[in-house]
Design a protein around this ligand. Structure first.
Ligand code: BES
Ligand code: ZN
Ligand code: ZN
Length: 496
């Protein structure tokens, strides 16, 4: 997508579609007011008589009859002026972009509103993110012409008469975040016959090479040598063996910083193993790579965002399948930190591979750890698709992650890690067991399990993204399928 910020007079911009923002319940202003004058009050008529009230995301297309250089003019409702926020702007940007796609135009120019209380760069970022993410489609395996037309819009111009520099900066950062987000969506949307732990490792290597990052990939032998018995056990039921991926971003002067460590669950498919999942809905388990995708997506943008700090990314990747070497319910494995785990359910595999990854993360003298995992179905029962579950052992770290989520649009909500829950995963014949008590507090049980593998005193945040990584119905910023959840949160956190 080509993104450009210009300060042309809107009515002079020769675009296939000029998008003019309109606030609900306010009189027309700027270019809309000017066009209204040139068209003998037509725009006011539309608002007064024809049902277009400027409510958030509402659009109305008019033929400007030569009064604008644009081929079509689109009124874009932003809702009441005092209710406009960055989420409203993102959604409005997406609505406008999709409406332009509906008109089969290849580009549009959008007049940037100024809004009290929202910085110009935030406005620029929100509009660009809305347009880019709203237009994203996964059509790699579609061969018909109509599907290809879904990508017809290839350029967006923001028209800004003031604060052009700040808007440009915001538009650029919105573009970077959206591109990184869409990379993550792609890994998740890919069907599992087109991805494997080795494929994911190659993607990481490619990203590292393009961006000048260090990248190391451990194969199944190295994983075992490194005492990652849990990851090894989960991965050995598949003909696609497990991989452990280490990436490092270390800008000059920060090579010896205590790193922020990002950890991602990268199951390229999860059948459940011998504790097999029901057939209905199993196809969605291609999304079990969502945590890894978030981490890798964020890493792919670091070379451009250039945070002045060291960042390590750790991805544990495996495929949970069934064969003669697959683990059995009741098996006991030893994680890298020495704790023994009774595998009472082979479908609770995410926490097993994360046990090794978090143990390794804890050895890296981290300033903090944040992990992303499509870990439990239960988190969707608790929070639906409106937020990821956040579990954190440190209030200040929790606050930073929450704020990054709020600002970026990747919302999170904290759930407790109280000591009482720790008993839920206490082992009988081992140190810990990989499931809790019955169906009680499933997401918390998983989180307290993970806490066993985080070193003393290390600020750690765990994000259970099982219900937000993949959506089953279209939304303004995301078509049905992968959401890329976590990428924008991470980039916000790293910019902070
Ligand atoms: N990958 C699943 C969790 C999941 C569920 C992801 C729905 C995306 C959408 C995870 O490995 C899993 O199977 N968890 C089990 C744990 C249970 C056996 C304790 C679950 O949530 O049912
Ligand atoms: Zn599972
Ligand atoms: Zn899983």
């Amino acid at each position: 997508m080509r993104i450009e910020v210009r300060n042309d007079a809107p009515l002079q911009n020769a675009t296939p579609c000029l998008v003019l923002p309109v606030f609900q319940g306010a009189s027309l202003e700027g270019a809309a007011l000017e066009l209204n004058g040139l068209m003998n009050g037509l725009l006011e008529e539309i608002v007064a008589q024809d049902g277009f009230k400027g409510s958030a995301g509402d659009t109305r297309v008019i033929y400007p009859n030569g009064q604008s250089q644009a081929n079509r003019v689109m009124l874009l409702g932003l809702g009441a002026r005092d209710k406009v926020s960055t989420p409203v702007l993102r959604r409005a940007g997406a609505k406008a972009a999709r409406a332009v796609r509906g008109l089969k135009r290849d580009s549009f120019a959008l007049v940037v509103p100024s809004i009290e209380g929202i910085e110009p760069h935030e406005i620029g970022a929100a509009l660009v993110e809305g347009a880019m993410l709203g237009l994203h489609v996964f059509h790699d395996f579609k061969t018909d012409a109509e599907s290809r037309e879904q990508t017809i819009v290839n350029a967006v111009t923001l028209l800004a008469s003031e604060n052009r520099e700040a808007i440009e900066r915001g538009a650029h950062s919105g573009q970077l975040a959206s591109e990184a987000n869409m990379r993550a969506r792609w890994w998740v949307n890919l069907p599992s016959n087109k991805k494997s732990p080795q494929f994911l490792a190659e993607q990481a290597q490619q990203i590292a090479q393009v961006n000048g990052l260090r990248c190391e990939v451990w194969d199944e032998n190295r994983i075992r040598e490194e005492r990652m018995d849990a990851l090894h056990a989960v991965g050995m039921g598949s003909d696609n063996p497990p991989r452990f991926i280490v990436m490092e971003y270390a800008p000059e002067g920060h090579e010896n910083d205590a790193p922020l460590v990002l950890v991602g669950k990268g199951m390229t498919f999860d059948t459940g193993g011998y504790s097999i999942k029901p057939a209905t809905g199993m196809e969605d388990m291609k999304d079990d790579i969502g945590g890894a995708a978030a981490v890798l997506g964020a890493m792919s943008a670091l070379a451009e965002i250039k945070p002045a700090r060291r960042v390590l990314a750790l991805i544990a990747s495996a495929e949970n399948m069934i064969n003669g070497r697959a683990q059995r319910p009741g098996d006991i494995v030893t994680a890298r930190n020495g704790k023994t785990i009774e595998v009472l359910n082979t479908d609770a595999e995410g926490r097993l591979i994360l046990a090794d990854a978090l143990s390794y993360a804890s050895e890296q003298n981290p300033s903090a750890i944040i992990d992303f995992a499509t870990l439990t179905g239960a988190i969707g029962i608790a929070l639906g698709q409106e937020a990821a579950g956040l579990f954190c052992n440190d209030d200040a770290w929790c606050e930073r992650v929450t704020q990054a989520g709020e600002r970026s649009g990747d919302r999170v909500w904290r759930l407790p890690l109280w000591d009482e829950y720790k008993d839920h995963v206490k082992g009988t014949v081992s140190d810990v067991k990989n499931i809790g008590i019955d169906r009680r507090a499933g997401s918390i049980a998983a989180a307290v399990f993970l806490a066993n593998f985080v070193g003393e005193g290390i600020p750690w945040a765990h994000l259970d993204i099982a219900s937000v990584a993949f959506i089953r119905e279209d939304r303004p910023l995301c078509a049905r399928g992968a959401t890329g959840f976590g990428v924008r949160l991470l980039l916000d956190l790293l910019r902070d």
